[in-house]
Ligand binder design. Structure first.
Ligand code: NAD
Ligand code: DAU
Length: 353
């Protein structure tokens, strides 16, 4: 494949920043345009190591802004989209569902419509790749079943309902207008640069500071954890070699009950801080369960493994060790995020633009 002008939305967020880093370092002849609104979850500090590379551009914009999206497509002659921008936290969606409908549904529809108009039926070499979640499939029981690409959608939270809706729009644009779309549904990611509202970074930070660890319900819910760089590698592979109009599930084949995972985190943080084993067990605090809390997620990614030869490279023990040490060594990043200092920097930088 030759030179490309690739639009990555949400590239200042957790997964997006890993995707942008991988693409910028790997495809020197591409132009990678990272478009991000810089909501509370977007942080340009996640990309400091690549921000001066000649094949990287950053645009601060809202994917719901139709005119701005038209301008970006025309200015950069966009021929491929990897769409990650979204509101991503389930607990926030329970408190304020509207922003999830706006960004995840209307924002995705805006991008689709602008891409359709800009490409104007010439789909040769074009691609619109939408990043979705396993949460659209609903919840599994403790019976060993896995989410397949064919599993019926059954979202329960406003977040997963908004992602499900965006997935439907993406597929509708293929079926109706012939847009060259691909959708992937991935399980829980973990690793560096994740906003510390999500379980793993929140708990690492709390353990470090001796703060309570709020375990929802009985801590029996199960998630399937994948190291974020393995997801980024899958996205690169699927963008370049995945089949148009297909869905691929991506997962770690790595199920953990929350409470067992929390004990692993406690052990690893205490070990890396030189504390006696078990020191932070006392921080475990059972709290009221999340409303509509999905019991279990688990992904069957055998289609992706079979068709494109992808598999996770990092085992969980290694991933957790790397992740814990990254957060402990990057206290400044965590402190800037938790104090809000990172926002002041952008607001002054983008003031009056
Ligand atoms: P994140 O919340 O860390 O980052 C989202 C990014 O999108 C932020 O940089 C934010 O500023 C940007 N954004 C939000 N609204 C925007 C708007 N209106 N216009 C432009 N930019 C906007 O999210 P994440 O965890 O990195 O997830 C990225 C994508 O992957 C999402 O689509 C999410 O649904 C999906 N996903 C996440 C996981 C996971 O475990 N985190 C798993 C599967 C799928
Ligand atoms: O499955 C993929 C999804 O994984 C992504 O689509 C979402 O964007 C991402 O946020 C994540 O959703 P979860 O709700 O599974 O992740 P979270 O880190 O919020 O919670 C993980 C589990 O831990 C879940 O069962 C709820 C529980 N939990 C979470 C928090 C923040 C707690 O017990 N206490 C907490 O404080």
């Amino acid at each position: 494949m030759g030179k490309r002008n690739l639009l990555v939305t949400g590239g200042a967020g957790f997964i997006g920043s890993h995707v942008v880093r991988l693409l910028v370092n790997k495809y020197l002849d591409y132009c990678i345009i990272n478009l991000d609104k810089l909501t509370y979850a977007g942080n340009l500090a996640n990309l400091r190591d690549i921000e001066h590379k000649p094949n990287y551009r950053f645009v601060r914009a809202d994917i719901c802004d139709y005119d701005k999206m038209q301008e970006v497509f025309a200015t950069y002659k966009i021929d491929g989209v990897i769409h990650l921008a979204a509101e991503s936290h389930v607990d926030r969606s329970i408190k304020d569902p509207f922003v999830f409908a706006r960004t995840n549904v209307l924002g995705t529809l805006t991008l689709l419509q602008v891409a359709k108009e800009y490409w104007n039926g010439d789909y040769e070499g074009k691609r619109f790749y939408h990043i979705s979640t396993d949460e659209v499939y609903g919840a599994l029981d403790f019976d060993g079943t896995l989410f397949q690409e064919t599993t019926k959608y059954d979202p329960h939270s406003p977040y997963s309902a908004s992602k499900a809706s965006s997935d439907h729009f993406v597929r509708a644009f293929h079926d109706t207008y012939g847009m060259p779309t691909i959708v992937t549904n991935c399980s829980n990611n973990y690793g560096p640069y994740q906003f510390p509202e999500k379980l793993i970074p929140l708990f690492i930070n709390n353990i470090r500071h001796g703060r309570p660890l709020p375990v929802y319900g009985k801590g029996e819910n199960v998630r399937d954890w994948l190291y974020v760089e393995d997801h980024a590698r899958a996205i690169d592979l699927i963008f370049h070699r995945g089949r148009i109009a297909e869905t691929y599930n991506i997962g770690g084949n790595n199920e953990w009950k929350n409470i067992d995972l929390i004990r692993v985190l406690i052990k690893e943080v205490d070990r890396q801080l030189g504390r006696p084993e078990g020191t932070s067990e006392r921080l475990i605090t059972y709290v009221t369960d999340r409303a509509g809390h999905d019991l279990r997620y688990a992904i069957d990614s055998s289609k992706l493994q079979r068709e494109l030869g992808w598999k996770p490279q990092l085992c969980f023990e290694e991933g957790i060790e790397k992740t814990v040490s990254w957060y402990l060594e990057n206290q400044e990043w965590l402190d800037d995020v938790t104090s809000g200092a990172y926002r002041q920097y952008y607001e002054s930088m983008y003031h009056n633009r």
